[in-house]
Structure formats: C-alpha cells, structure tokens
Design a protein around this ligand. Structure first.
Ligand code: NDP
Ligand code: OXD
Length: 315
C-alpha cells in the first residue's frame, strides 16, 4: 500500500466536497477521496466523517483512524460497525471556534431570558408599555450541565458577565467563580439552585434521557431550559409537560429526538419554545482542517492522536 495512502471523506450532511477541497488546498500532496468514489479500499487509511451510515466504515483493511467532524461522537459510537473496528482510534473535533460559537449561542439565550425578552416581545405584540426590569445578574443562577470544551468556556464568559454560575460534570472540578457539582450525588443540589439550565453534555448511556420529569421537577418553578447537547438528552414529552405545567417558563431547543424536527412536532408552534435547527455552533473547515491534517500525519507515523475518544466512557 506504500504510496497509495488516501483519506476518505464521507458526510452527506456536512458538505463532503467542501471538506475535501479544504483538505487538498491545505495539503496538495494529500490524496483525498469522497464517498462513494472510494477507489481501492486498501488505499484508505483515514476516514473523516460526521454521521456515517451503518456499514460505511467497514471494508477498509488498512484503516488507521476515524476522525469525526463533530465534537459529539454518539452518532459514530452508536454504529454496530464499531465492534469490528475496536483497534481503530476514533477522534473528535475540538476547536476554539466551535467552543466560541457555542458560547455565543448560550450567551444569546441566557441574556434573552435574563432580560425577559419573551415577556417584552409579548408586551410589544399587545401594545403594552410597562417598566419591566431584569433581576441583578448575580441573582440569576445559570447551571451548565457539562463543563468540557463547550460548557467550560460558556461558564467562564457567564462569570465575566456577573451571573451566578454553577456547573455539573462527571468528575469534580474546581473552577474560579463557578460552583462545581459532580456525579449522581451532585445532580439534585445542582438543579435545585439553577434558574436557567444549559445542557451541554455528550450523549452517552449515562446522559440519555437526563432531562426528564424528575430532573426538571428539581429545578425551581418557572425555570428556563437551553438544550444544545444532543436530542437524546431530552424526554420530549416531559419537557412539554413541564412547560404546560409552568415548571418551565420557556425552553430553547437546538437538538431533538428526531432531526430534522418533524413538521408535526408540538415544539414548532409552542408559544414558549424557541426552536433552532441544530446550529448552535459549527466547525468551519478553515479552522478544523489543520487539526485533521495533524491527526492524519500522526496516524501515519504511528503516533498518539489528538482528541481521541475514550470509547468506554462514550465521549
Ligand atoms: P467534552 O467532552 O469536552 O465535555 C463533556 C462534559 O460533560 C465534561 O465536563 C464531562 O465531565 C461531562 N459529562 C460527561 N458525562 C457526564 C455524566 N455522566 N455526568 C456528568 N457530566 C458528564 O465535550 P464538549 O464540551 O466538546 O461537547 C459537549 C457536547 O456538545 C458534544 O458531545 C455534542 O453532543 C454537543 N455539541 C453540540 C453542538 C450543537 O451545535 N448543538 C456543537 C458542538 C457540540 P468530565 O469533565 O468530568 O469528563
Ligand atoms: C457537534 C455538533 O457535535 O455539531 O460538533 O453537534
């Protein structure tokens, strides 16, 4: 296979041709193929993918690495193919631009709730002039589930803006200005003091369905939900019930059980739901390609890869 090594890009959702072009522009020597033009499967030593279809990762005898275009890898880890590929490392995307984009999304929607934008918009629709003020930021508690690349930066920026920030993670953290909670025993106390809940967890066996009647019921009444991790975190019927009962005042949802969100979903027309189309943040090829190239070189040189996923942990 010497001399014939090639990278295969497969992503129907994320513009595989654009990624292939960006890779070739950054490294003109690199041989890049785009699914389904695979050529000789024996040439393919690295696959770059977002959400492969079952079977798409199989049949490449010289595969050395799978590089995910997502920060989350549940859409790859969920494939039955992975059992046969236990020897092939899987890496995810970690990118400052992606974290910053997510931070903008979180700030946009936290500020929207903090400054009572939904009420102000309703007042405008009703031609109602009433002096409506926000609480002090220090009295508005924002709780972030997941203090990793996404949640960590968003939490830091919310602290800078004066909010009372708390975070929940798997392992205990000590972060300046943030009230940190961890593990199953930390979840209840974390939720009890959270007015605006931001979900930025990876989707794993432990976090699936974590936003449910029981956890929502532990928030103070009239809390807000901002969900931008994965749709599998949400028990959607419980979110709707919490909205209808007033346990949740409003929800901003970027991720759903089924995407694209089905046209018949009650979320579309719910007066207290903001729907965004899984666009909270995005990786720009220009920023991510150098990291993909670094991992391709490392895989070919037999070196440790960057941002390798711990498959047992699920993220
Ligand atoms: P990281 O792996 O950097 O961080 C994950 C965080 O979640 C860590 O703090 C981790 O804890 C915590 N966590 C994981 N499992 C548990 C658990 N069982 N209990 C408590 N905490 C847990 O991921 P990122 O921040 O890079 O990304 C998070 C997710 O955001 C992605 O998996 C993806 O699903 C989603 N995403 C969504 C986008 C969108 O546009 N909507 C864009 C990009 C990402 P610990 O620190 O202890 O390991
Ligand atoms: C990601 C995403 O995981 O865009 O990167 O959701």
């Amino acid at each position: 296979m010497a001399g014939a090594k090639a990278v295969l890009v497969l992503s129907s959702q994320l513009g595989a041709d654009d990624w292939a072009r960006a890779l070739c522009a950054a490294d003109p020597e690199l041989k890049v193929r785009v699914w389904p033009e695979v050529g000789d499967p024996g040439d393919i030593d690295v696959i770059i993918a977002w959400a492969p279809e079952p079977g798409q990762l199989l049949g490449f005898p010289n595969l050395k690495a799978i590089l995910s275009l997502g920060a989350g890898v549940d859409q790859v880890l969920g494939l039955p193919d992975l059992a046969e590929l236990a020897h092939v490392p899987l890496c995810r995307t970690v990118d400052d631009g992606l974290s910053l984009g997510m931070t903008h999304y979180v700030l946009l929607h936290v500020l929207r709730y903090h400054r009572r934008a939904p009420e102000l918009e309703a007042m405008q629709r009703g031609h109602e002039w009433r002096f409506l003020v926000a609480d002090a930021a220090a009295e508005t508690s924002v709780g972030i589930m997941g203090l990793g690349e996404m949640g960590g930066l968003a939490a830091e920026k919310l602290v800078d803006l004066g909010f009372a920030v708390r975070g929940w993670s798997r392992s205990q953290k000590q972060l300046a200005g943030i009230d940190c909670f961890a593990g199953a025993q930390g979840l209840g106390p974390f939720l009890a003091g959270t007015r605006i809940l931001v979900v930025l967890l990876p989707l794993t066996a432990q976090t699936r369905d974590i936003v449910n009647a029981e956890t929502l019921g532990q928030l103070p009444q009239g809390a807000y939900l901002i969900a931008a991790g994965r749709g599998g975190h949400l028990v959607e019927a419980d979110v709707l019930a919490a909205l209808d009962e007033g346990q949740l005042a409003h929800a901003t949802l970027d991720v759903f059980n089924s995407e694209p969100l089905p046209t018949e979903s009650p979320f579309w027309d719910h007066p207290r739901v903001t729907v965004t189309p899984h666009n909270a943040s995005d990786s720009a090829p220009g920023q991510v390609v150098p990291k993909l190239l670094e991992n391709i070189h490392r895989a070919r040189a037999g070196q440790a890869l960057l941002n390798q996923v711990d498959r047992r942990r699920g993220y």
